[in-house]
Ligand binder design. Structure first.
Ligand code: G4P
Length: 283
């Protein structure tokens, strides 16, 4: 498989983020709970050094909860604050305010010692495309969000959302690009739909998905599609096509349609809660 990306966008996004990061105290980094490592760009550690850090395992509703907890422990051990969230349904959102205060307690204490009281923490949301940044900002800010407008001394054009008296959020999230120096990362991003399907062969992707499922979630495909999980992933795909009546003219199996069906079933959670990478592989 071959993946391509656009360095022009990358450079511009990075430059914008470097500017925005100067204005904030806390980086709220969204990752996809199904692939917490592959959906990160480690550049953020350099960009966000000296800032308080919060990692949100977003779309936690689509990942296995036991693994969500394992990932939360993994990142906590590395010094990040972590919250599992489902931005779409609002799960975990309420607990974030307390975690923000905790993550920024050193800054708040520093302010207090200097006699600065009640200065709100300033935060920005960052993450790769489609990880749920806009959904999260809407969920956190809710309807009550009041834009504070331009502030004197702050780069013109920046909009801040005042979440409460303690926290202000930059209204535009920072876009990070996934880093795919290895093929596995690209493949996992393709599984969750972060890479445009047009640049990949869907049948090949489905075959990879089948291999993964047979290895880590044995029996799930057999039950869902009433098939036998044979060794040959293309045979499995053909069986899915048969079982789901994906047919071309003349009763030939429509492997392409079966592939789309399988990948869609995974992405929408219809195969169940599935985690694609595991913390023990990153120890
Ligand atoms: P972005 O700003 O980072 O690019 O992402 P955005 O908020 O646009 O979200 C991308 C997709 O992910 C959206 O789906 C959104 O609904 C979904 N999403 C965000 N957070 C969660 C979550 O915690 N759980 C689940 N299951 N989905 C989440 P979409 O298909 O593009 O739109 P829609 O059909 O949901 O409206």
């Amino acid at each position: 498989m071959h993946f391509q990306w656009y360095p022009g966008h990358m450079t511009k996004a990075k430059r914008m983020m470097q500017e925005d990061i100067k204005l904030i105290d806390l980086v709220i980094e969204l990752v996809d709970a199904r692939i917490p490592m592959s959906s990160r760009n480690p550049d953020i550690d350099e960009l966000g050094k000296n800032k308080a850090r919060l990692i949100l395992l977003n779309k936690s509703d689509l990942a296995e909860d036991r693994q969500n907890d394992a990932w939360a422990a993994y990142f906590k051990e590395k010094g990040y604050s972590v919250v599992k969230v489902n931005s779409k349904k609002g799960g975990g959102i309420k607990s974030i305010h307390a975690v923000i205060q905790e993550a920024c307690k050193e800054k708040i204490e520093r302010d207090r010692k200097r006699g600065i009281l009640n200065r709100p923490v300033r935060a920005m949301v960052v993450g790769i495309p489609n990880v749920g940044k806009s959904t999260f900002i809407n969920a956190l800010a809710g309807k009550a969000c009041a834009k504070t407008g331009n502030k004197p001394g702050v780069t013109k054009g920046k909009q801040w959302i005042r979440l409460n008296k303690n926290v202000e959020l930059l209204d535009t999230p920072g876009i990070l690009w996934p880093k795919f120096e290895d093929q596995t990362v690209g493949l996992r991003l393709a599984f969750i739909g972060s890479i445009k399907d047009e640049i990949l062969n869907t049948e090949e992707l489905a075959a990879e998905m089948i291999q993964f499922m047979k290895k880590y979630y044995r029996g799930v495909l057999a039950e869902k599609y009433a098939i036998i999980e044979s060794d040959d992933p293309y045979q499995c795909l053909a069986d899915i096509a048969k079982s789901r009546h994906c047919l071309l003219r003349g009763n030939e199996l429509d492997m392409g349609k079966a592939a789309i069906l399988l990948v869609d079933d995974f992405r929408s959670g219809r195969l169940g809660r599935i985690t694609l990478e595991f913390p023990e592989d990153y120890k």
